[in-house]
Design a protein. Structure first.
Length: 179
């Protein structure tokens, strides 16, 4: 599995799950039309050239095929806080792809961007996503009520986070002592 910067050519692969109702069930977006997915990917690609960069979108490949994506958003540079999000094609659900994406995003956030706190939210009904966040070592902080209006009404959001010290305590460093 490899995580790489999203490219315009990835839009069809992204659309293969962004157009699936089951994938979008707990999201404010989707199921996407081709035009919506192309616009989303274009915006994600353009974010790489913004200064300062706030959004880092990646796709994940398994055996050469794009099967998911993850994003890290800088929510406050001053407070060193970011947010992660991910989506995975249903054909690879339950295979650890979401967890692998999350681990890589956390590593980039804490090691490369020197963030202090990274959080994620999920609909309380999305038990699979809550399991992934738990596997990442994130702590459930609580529930925010009616945070998003989605197709079946107002959605609550469970808030999860991990602090840099917590992450470092369970993650072997990939940096040399001189850095």
């Amino acid at each position: 599995m490899t995580l790489s910067r999203i490219e315009l050519a990835d839009w069809r692969a992204v659309h293969s799950w962004a157009s699936v109702a089951e994938v979008c069930r707990f999201q404010t977006w989707g199921p996407n039309t081709e035009e919506q997915t192309r616009a989303f990917v274009m915006t994600a690609v353009e974010a790489w050239s913004r200064t300062p960069q706030q959004r880092f979108a990646h796709v994940v490949r398994v055996d050469g095929d794009v099967v998911g994506m993850g994003e890290l958003h800088i929510r406050s540079r001053g407070q060193r806080q970011g947010e992660i999000a991910y989506a995975v094609h249903p054909r690879v659900w339950g295979r650890g792809v979401g967890t692998a994406i999350g681990k890589e995003l956390l590593a980039r956030g804490f090691e490369d961007l020197e963030l202090h706190r990274i959080y994620a939210t999920c609909d309380p009904r999305n038990l699979g996503s809550a399991r992934v966040l738990g596997k990442l070592g994130m702590t459930r902080e609580g529930r925010h009520r009616h945070t998003a209006l989605i197709r079946d009404g107002w959605r609550d959001s469970d808030m999860f986070s991990i602090l840099e010290d917590e992450w470092r305590a369970v993650t072997p460093s990939t940096r040399s002592p001189q850095e």
